[in-house]
Design a protein around this ligand. Structure first.
Ligand code: PRP
Ligand code: ADE
Length: 177
């Protein structure tokens, strides 16, 4: 059942206090990847949501680096493509980039300009929503590409940081902490 899958996912997230700096409780998703049943549960739950709420999705856009772990599996399940939003300097051009702030650093994300076509219906995926800076930057990239963002998908949403309020599109999270 859906509740059993959510419980399985929840059991495979490790809380690591004071990583990477003091005061941050890091949500480590590595145990999910090590347990095939937990990983399958994540993809099942995302697939169910997309088929029900966004059946016309044409492309999954994944965020560097942990969005890459779930995005391609989901895209394969849905029979659609996957494209990368990377940290700046990793993709051969032509590219376009957006700068952003995250919970404990600043960064810049980049996409190849031919990765997404104008008007294409996309969903953006990552492992975790904290301040929302990363997903916000990805949304800005999609705006530059004139893509139609249907929403964002994350495994974990850190509710206290109110990241979803920063985003112009609905966020679907499997777990809220
Ligand atoms: C983490 C996480 C999200 C982002 C969330 O990635 O995987 O992408 O932070 O934070 P935000 O909502 O405050 O932007 P990180 O930048 O640590 O990089 P990594 O995925 O390469 O480890
Ligand atoms: N990215 C930003 N904040 C995070 C957290 N608390 N755990 C894991 N990844 C993060």
């Amino acid at each position: 059942s859906r509740a059993q899958k959510l419980e399985l996912v929840s059991q495979h997230i490790r809380n690591v206090p004071d990583f990477p700096i003091e005061g941050i409780v890091f949500k480590d998703i590595c145990p999910i990847l090590k347990e095939p049943k937990a990983l399958a549960a994540v993809i099942d739950l995302f697939e169910e949501h997309v088929r029900k709420n966004h059946p016309h999705t044409e492309l999954i856009v994944g965020l560097d680096a942990r969005g890459f772990l779930f995005g391609p599996l989901l895209a394969q399940r849905l029979g659609i493509g996957f494209v990368l939003v990377r940290k700046k300097g990793k993709l051969p051009g032509p590219t376009t980039s957006v700068a952003y702030t995250l919970e404990y650093a600043t960064a810049e994300v980049e996409i190849q300009v031919d990765a997404v076509d104008p008007g294409q219906k996309v969903l953006i995926i990552d492992d975790l929503l904290a301040t929302g800076g990363t997903l916000w930057a990805a949304c800005e990239l999609m705006k530059k590409q004139k893509a139609q963002v249907l929403g964002c998908l994350v495994v974990i949403e850190l509710k206290d940081l109110c990241g979803a309020e920063k985003l112009p599109f609905p966020v679907f999270s499997l777990l809220q902490c």
